[in-house]
Write a protein that binds this ligand. Sequence first.
Ligand code: AMP
Ligand code: MG
Length: 267
Amino acid sequence: MKRYLVKPEEKINLDQRNPNDKGYFRGDKEKGRLKLAELNSRLEELQEMLYAQHKHKVLIVLQAMDAGGKDGTIRHVFDGVNPQGVKVASFKVPTPEELDRDYLWRIHKHTPGKGEIVIFNRSHYEDVLVVRVKGFVPGTVWRRRFKHIRDFEKLLADEGTTILKFFLHIDQAEQKERFQARLDTPHKQWKFRHGDLEDRKLWDDYMKAYADALSKTSTESAPWYIIPSNRKWYRNLVISRILVDTLEGLDMCFPEPEEDLENVVIE
Ligand code: AMP
Ligand code: MG
């Protein structure tokens, strides 16, 4: 999965990344679905061990443009995983209370504890993305945030958090199709906001801001992956694979049982 990993300080041009790529998997959508089901089962086992062992903490950051597939990723990658021990934290427009404080204040309290997987649906990265593109704070303010973020994530990693960050990369044509599907499908209309079109108009600025953020905050202990996401099945498969491989790498085990279990008689 190294092909999608962003190296620290690597120059990124998102125009040169193919959101339709499906190079890692030799197979079609149907085969992809079967493979994902296998990975779902493996993830279920690994998550149970993570929970039982109560040692590791796992943070997954999801960022994307509107309709980029954050919700679908959560639904499909974690399909079948026990909801105990997995939490989702969604970060929306900050409340007045949040805006009165530093931008990491609302983030830190949602970071995972031992035995937990936490998925960030949007994150502190909004504070160097939308905030930058819309000019909510001056350049002098958002520029220094890259260092804050690297330091914050280093602190989490040093204290035992495994961090994975995924940028779900779609192109503008794909976003148009997905917006149209939202408009045309009554039960999806709730997802559409007029403001989404404002962000769409700023697409190039967003891509520049993303490229910069990915390059400046991908580190050894908190790497970014650029996930080709025009094909939903491929996106799910790649993220699931990276997550399973990462959890396998933690060399987890179930805790030792209490002694003398073989002599226990249940009356
Ligand atoms: P959604 O995830 O589509 O439900 O929308 C959440 C909205 O909140 C998006 O438009 C984000 O850009 C916006 N948002 C999230 N965090 C921030 C932030 N720190 N500052 C401003 N807007 C934000
Ligand atoms: Mg939205």
